[in-house]
Design a protein around this ligand. Structure first.
Ligand SMILES: Nc1ncnc2c1ncn2[C@@H]1O[C@H](COP(=O)(O)OP(=O)(O)O)[C@@H](O)[C@H]1O
Ligand SMILES: [Mg+2]
Length: 369
């Protein structure tokens, strides 16, 4: 059965007393997928990953891996392997010994064992450091030993719990690129836990965003960034200008809303959206508002005044006042045309595309204060 999911998480809950660390999580992950669990600290990511690995047992629900229920299957009998947040490598062993450690119990024989260790070290580009003691390695190298140690077991699913969070920014970005090409090369399912939205966006085929033990949305990086379902998801994935507005029409899978600043806007209605009541929440990302310079005109414009400015080198973030009683708009401009030199109080015109707005579900509206 080619298209049976590799992992089927079926109504999984995990309680600690009355506290629910996981609350009815249902999720399918395909074979060969790079899948990320993204959410703030404490939302249940590690608990879910440990449940897939078998280090934790759900209070209710089932997890099937490659079609087989894993309830009561111990971690070492599952086709999974986990890279822990703290790497858990042995400082007194050298790189080869660290990588070979888990293989011992398989009793493969010295030749096969050496071959497998060699392959794993090649995969993470550590072959020349095989004799190095683990405590003589840099953070990035230790991270690769941890990866090799998991890969050498030839799992069908590699579970990675915030594997890059201990590295500094530059190294982390390098390792992200490596992680992605490693996954492509070995072709197995990767499940990455991260609280870093950029990491999830850059690496994943699909992302599940979690809050409070529940899945808020599962989608591709582009869809989850451009079409977040709720205010909470939109907020977690980056900046967003939220506008509470009045519904003017609701028909044929579209909703028309009346906004103070942007006039009337027609948006596609997401699945399951009920346009109840007469107010609704919409949003537009800061980079979807573009400054119009000199005489340039756009089909859709809005006027404003620079209220605040922050310089980020490559970009400038501006707060723009667009009228009394309306929240200032946040915009992001690359520093090509002079956004970094705009004085406070300068008038400007912004272009926008009506289809850059997203309609956020009422769930998002309810959670807004
Ligand atoms: N052994 C435990 N006993 C009690 N509460 C726990 C235990 N493990 C995790 N939790 C709680 O469950 C929630 C989810 O934890 P965790 O899965 O580690 O979150 P994340 O990895 O997303 O930061 C947290 O509030 C945490 O305090
Ligand atoms: Mg965690």
């Amino acid at each position: 059965m080619a298209d049976r999911p590799m992992i089927e998480i079926d109504a999984v809950s995990r309680s600690y007393g009355i506290y629910k660390a996981l609350d009815g999580v249902t999720l399918d992950i395909a074979a060969g997928e790079f899948f990320s669990l993204l959410g703030p600290s404490g939302c249940g990511k590690t608990t879910l990953l440990r449940s897939i690995a078998g280090f934790d047992t759900p209070t209710s629900g089932d997890i099937r891996i490659d079609g087989l229920s894993t309830i009561s299957v111990p971690p070492n009998r599952r086709p999974t392997n986990m890279v822990f947040q703290n790497y858990a490598i042995f400082p007194h062993l050298n790189v080869q010994e660290n990588v070979a450690y888990g293989l011992k119990r398989l009793k493969l024989g010295a030749v096969e064992e050496r071959r497998r260790v060699g392959d794993a070290l090649d995969q993470v580009r550590l072959s020349i450091l095989g004799q190095r003691k683990a405590h003589e390695l840099s953070g990035g190298q230790r991270q690769r030993v941890a990866l090799a140690r998991a890969l050498v077991m030839r799992p069908k699913v590699l579970l990675l719990d915030e594997p890059l969070s201990a590295l500094d920014k530059k190294l982390r970005e390098e390792m992200q690129v490596e992680l992605r090409s490693l996954q492509k090369a070995v072709g197995i399912t990767f499940i990455l836990v991260t609280h870093d939205q950029y990491e999830a966006l850059a690496l994943s085929d699909r992302i599940a965003v979690m809050f409070g033990g529940k899945i808020a949305q599962v989608a591709t990086p582009k869809e989850i960034y451009q079409r977040p379902r709720t205010r909470q998801v939109a907020d977690f994935l980056g900046g967003m200008n939220f506008l509470e507005c009045v519904i003017a029409g609701d028909m044929d899978g579209k909703v028309t809303v009346e906004t103070l600043s942007f006039g009337r806007i027609t948006l596609a209605k997401p699945n399951g959206f009920v346009a109840a009541g007469n107010s609704v929440l919409i949003g537009i990302r800061p980079e979807r508002l573009r400054i119009l310079w000199d005489d340039e005109r756009a089909p859709h414009e809005i006027e404003g005044i620079v209220a605040n400015r922050a310089y980020f080198g490559d970009t400038t973030h501006l707060m723009v006042n667009v009228g009394q009683g309306q929240a200032p708009l946040s915009i992001i401009e690359t520093n090509n045309f002079g956004a970094d030199d705009l004085p406070l109080g300068a008038p400007l015109r912004l272009a926008f595309e009506p289809n850059a707005f997203v309609l956020l579900s009422q769930e998002g509206l309810e959670r807004a204060e």
